[in-house]
Ligand binder design. Structure first.
Ligand code: DON
Length: 549
């Protein structure tokens, strides 16, 4: 399964001394873990570490780490939560029907691969704005580890080498305008992989911040490359790009305060809907064995309702009025929860968006010694994004345009359907499922969580919270316990990790579910145990690394 994207969060509060002195990182690879840990050990805060990690991942995790994509950063500092939206935007020349052929049929490969797949990148602006508001260390120093890894090379993990080889095979069979192999075919095991053009780009960004990327040499390289190959992103698109500080979503759940991503992500909204429905139905959850058929069925019932609302009501709030308050209102959630069929699969066609009666990434989690937390998910969408590297600038571009609804009701790569709320409009941001999340108890961070995985992200994050807080799992158990995913469509289809127990699988099939055993996600979790001590864990199936120090 293609794997992509990334996420961050910040917190500050008073803690018992020993707990306050602990710091932790949960990162998708060892280079980002070590670089971020060093920033923290040298006295930087969680946002400083997040900025360093963000740029290191653009070098060492090319399938998802990026400067050619976008993301969301959830920060909690000085008792206040903040959220930075640096999601990509549709180019000015984009239009609603740009991916339809003459017959009105969606050309499915166009928003996924090649020159027309990319939104205007937001990552460099995001890192800059996060640093301007919360950073404490010099910008240039924070980029130094990434520049060194690009210039002198990094020794790639064998999983990455295999990943790159497989992708190159696919590009050669079906090019779709991708030049990926020209840049990555030199990657082999045990040899430093150098990226000189990327190193030069990062050096310019280190010198002038976003000015280079959005108005300077990198902007000219990107816009010139687009023009040469018939792409849409122009100098004007880059000059006009903005990242936005938004109010994070915040809801109480089982004595915790859950902070998560607002629109243009659907992640926080669907997550909070599911958590709130879980509370309404807690008598049905009480005593259920973890990952028993009954438990999985209840999760599926909650997800179906969340995803029905996602398809109808969620999109970029700057272009479409998302009814957030109504979707989280207690009476609405109560009514939706009461419609859950505890015994049987609810009929798909009957799960309509509820308001009617009256839509490879990578994540990282950080806590610093002051208790600040950052939860960041960032993405170029599919693994290696559009497969297109900007010539002369050496970075991969995203294929985020596929997260728009190319045509109402027609599923995208992740099987998500959408409507007017998420149709393509110039400068609009495409709906996301990224769900960087932080849990607080009495103002103290108890959990920082997030994952890649497209639409599965929401269910991964939801289950990580239930694993930790309903089933008292350690951080490692939390990330490694088999998970399930339901998104309403395709009808009655439950995706599950291959190691979901056989008894549960048989019982679910008997209930009428169609099972799909493809693994998904790569949770990066930091949690605080009952003694106030931090635990950090990366999912064992990935190449992540977690440290507590
Ligand atoms: O923003 C989103 O929801 C997607 N572009 C995320 C893609 C992703 O997680 C890919 N990872 N496997």
């Amino acid at each position: 399964m293609l794997r992509l994207t990334s996420c961050i969060l910040i917190l500050l509060f008073s803690l018992p001394l020993n707990a306050a002195q602990q710091a932790a990182v949960a990162m998708p690879d060892s280079y980002s873990a070590e670089a971020a840990a060093k920033v923290l050990k040298d006295g930087g805060n969680a946002v400083d570490a997040a900025v360093t990690a963000g740029f290191v991942l653009a070098v060492t995790l090319p399938e998802a780490g990026n400067i050619g994509g976008g993301g969301f950063m959830l920060v909690y500092k000085d008792g206040k939560a903040d959220f930075l939206d640096y999601r990509e935007k549709a180019p000015l020349k984009a239009h609603r029907d740009m991916y339809l052929d003459k017959q009105g049929k969606v050309m499915t490969e166009k928003p996924l691969y090649g020159i027309l797949a990319s939104g205007v990148p937001g990552s460099v602006m995001g890192m800059w704005q996060a640093h301007q508001k919360y950073g404490s260390r010099p910008w240039k120093a924070l980029l130094a580890p990434a520049i060194q890894l690009a210039e002198e090379g990094f020794v790639p993990h064998e999983k990455l080498v295999r990943y790159v080889e497989r992708y190159i095979e696919r590009v050669k069979q079906d090019r779709h305008g991708r030049n990926f192999d020209q840049y990555f075919s030199g990657m082999v095991t045990d040899q430093p992989f150098k990226q000189p053009e990327l190193a030069a780009t990062l050096k310019r960004i280190a010198e002038t911040g976003p000015d280079d990327f959005y108005k300077g040499e990198t902007a000219r390289l990107l816009a010139g490359f687009m023009q040469k190959h018939g792409g849409l992103i122009s100098l004007q698109d880059l000059a006009q790009y903005t990242a936005e500080w938004r109010q994070p979503l915040s809801e109480g759940w089982q004595g915790y305060q859950v902070l998560s991503a607002p629109p243009p992500s659907s992640g926080g909204l669907v997550l909070l809907q599911m958590l709130k429905m879980q509370s309404v139905l807690q008598d049905h959850f009480a005593g259920l064995e973890h990952n028993s058929a009954r438990y999985v069925h209840l999760l599926a019932e909650l997800a179906k309702r969340g995803f029905a609302d996602r398809a109808e009501y969620m999109g970029d709030p700057d272009f479409y009025q998302v009814p957030t308050d109504k979707l989280l209102a207690d009476d609405y959630i109560g009514r939706r929860a009461m419609e859950v069929n505890v015994e049987q699969i609810s009929e798909t066609a009957k799960i309509q968006p509820g308001l009617k009666e009256s839509e490879d990434t990578t994540h990282y989690s950080i806590i610093d010694k002051w208790g600040n937390a950052v939860s960041t998910t960032t993405t170029i969408n599919l693994s290696f994004g559009s497969g297109v590297v900007v010539e002369g600038a050496g970075f991969l571009l995203n294929d985020e345009m596929d997260d728009f609804s190319a045509k109402a009701g027609v599923p995208n790569y992740f099987g998500a359907v959408g409507s007017e709320a998420n149709e393509i409009v110039p400068q609009k941001r495409m709906l996301s499922s990224m769900t960087p999340t932080i849990l607080l108890k009495n103002g103290i961070v108890t959990m920082v969580t997030g994952s890649p995985g497209g639409t599965t992200i929401i269910n991964s994050v939801f289950q990580s919270i239930l694993n930790r807080h309903l089933y008292q799992m350690t951080a490692q158990q939390t990330v490694d316990a088999p998970r399930v995913h339901h998104q309403l469509l395709p009808k009655d289809t439950l995706r599950h990790h291959p190691d979901l127990n056989e008894q549960t699988r048989k019982a679910l099939e008997k209930m009428g579910y169609t099972l799909d055993g493809r693994r998904f996600g790569d949770l990066q979790v930091i949690s605080r145990d009952e003694h106030g001590q931090l635990q950090a864990a990366s999912e064992s199936s990935g190449r992540g690394r977690s440290l507590v120090f």
